[in-house]
Ligand binder design. Structure first.
Ligand SMILES: *[C@@H]1O[C@H](CO)[C@@H](O)[C@H](O)[C@H]1NC(C)=O
Ligand SMILES: *[C@@H]1O[C@H](CO)[C@@H](O)[C@H](O)[C@H]1NC(C)=O
Ligand SMILES: *[C@@H]1O[C@H](CO)[C@@H](O)[C@H](O)[C@H]1NC(C)=O
Length: 350
């Protein structure tokens, strides 16, 4: 009952009445509550004033007011509950969609991580191959330098032997041409044998020939000259062969270096491609991870909001039910009072 209505009831009359049977009946019938005892007190005061019609009128107005309040509260309740329900459904849908997205980004993170791992091992393998290729080139250049050094040493040595042999050859030829009776001086002969041994070695056929000859005569000298010429020719052949061989070796070296360069260039390109893919994937991973973090945060917030909304809805619902039951109780009291007064109308009019 609103205070305004009670005030109006109060104003109806100021007189104090004695307890009528109707009011006694009403006190018994109504539950003990502050509202009910006020209601009965007010009715008592009003009836004492004797304006029964006005009391019915006011009671009816109070019933109508409260019924109106109940109706509008029910409408408000329905609309608020529908709004809560709509919020909850919206939040549930958002949550499901966020969970979906989190799953999708998690899957993407897995894929990118796998791809990064593959690219990393590819990159490691390419770098190893590059290292091996560089080592191989170093080896090729090293071998070639050693070979050139060795050829030079051998050519120089051959040149030196050639010089010595040509000198001996000249001496012998001169001796054969100029001397016919007494041949080479013993000292000259010993000098030649020494030189031959020095250049060609003690066991060389020429050294043995000269050493073993009883007399160093013209026949021996001619044989020696012939042998020396053969040796010179063979040494020159050797030099020629080494030179030609080096031309081929240089070509071979160049083609090996070329192969290595081509391979290195290809590996270099592969390396660049792999590195750039790796960088891109790393970038992708960062983006997806950031997104995943944001989504997870949104998901937590949405979950939180959903729970809060459910709690608010339940709280509102229980508050409404409590208010509604209070209003129902008040309406019942008013209706009961109205009925009892009606039933006792004749008695009250006296
Ligand atoms: C140089 O001479 C040495 C000794 O005779 C030989 O082993 C080597 O193969 C020669 N090198 C070349 C490049 O001819
Ligand atoms: C050069 O000669 C050496 C032997 O002295 C031989 O092993 C090598 O195959 C030759 N190289 C070429 C390119 O002919
Ligand atoms: C219930 O009644 C109280 C007191 O009149 C009011 O403050 C509250 O808003 C009401 N709640 C509902 C859900 O009707």
């Amino acid at each position: 009952m609103s205070h305004k209505s009670l005030l109006v009831l109060l104003l109806v009359t100021m007189a104090i009445a004695t307890e009528s049977p109707a009011l006694q009946q009403l006190r018994k019938k109504l539950e003990q509550s502050e509202y009910n005892s006020q209601l009965v007190d007010m009715l008592e005061l009003s009836l004492a004033g004797g304006q029964l019609d006005r009391v019915f009128e006011l009671l009816q107005k109070m019933i109508d007011d409260l019924t109106g309040q109940i109706n509008s509260a029910n409408l408000e309740y329905a609309s608020r509950m529908a709004a809560f329900q709509q919020s909850i459904e919206q939040l549930e849908a958002n949550l499901a969609s966020l969970q979906n997205e989190v799953q999708t980004t998690n899957r993407k993170i897995g894929e990118i991580t796998q791809s990064i791992s593959t690219l990393t091992s590819t990159s490691v393998s390419i770098k190893k191959q590059l290292e091996a290729i560089n080592q191989r080139e170093e080896q090729i250049r090293d071998n070639r330098a050693k070979e050139i050094q060795s050829v030079q040493t051998n050519q120089t040595a051959a040149q030196k032997i050639l010089g010595a042999l040509e000198e001996i050859h000249d001496k012998l030829v001169k001796a054969v041409l100029s001397n016919s009776g007494s041949f080479l001086e013993e000292t000259e002969k010993q000098e030649i044998i020494k030189q031959v041994k020095q250049e060609l070695g003690h066991k060389h056929p020429l050294a043995l020939l000269l050493d073993l000859s009883v007399k160093f005569d013209e026949v021996t000298a001619r044989k020696a000259i012939e042998l020396i010429e053969q040796i010179i020719a063979s040494i020159k052949d050797g030099q020629q062969f080494r030179e030609e061989n080096q031309t081929a070796a240089e070509q071979n070296f160049n083609s090996l270096i070329n192969e290595v360069s081509i391979l290195r260039e290809k590996l270099g390109q592969d390396n660049q491609k792999t590195s750039s893919s790796l960088k891109n994937r790393q970038n992708d991973l960062n983006i997806v991870q950031r997104r995943n973090k944001q989504l997870t945060l949104n998901q937590e917030n949405t979950q939180q909001l959903l729970e809060t909304t459910r709690v608010q809805k339940d709280l509102y619902d229980s508050n409404f039910r409590s208010n509604a039951s209070k209003r129902e109780g008040q309406l019942n009291s008013l209706k009961t009072a109205f009925q009892i007064l009606r039933d006792n109308e004749q008695a009250l009019k006296k």
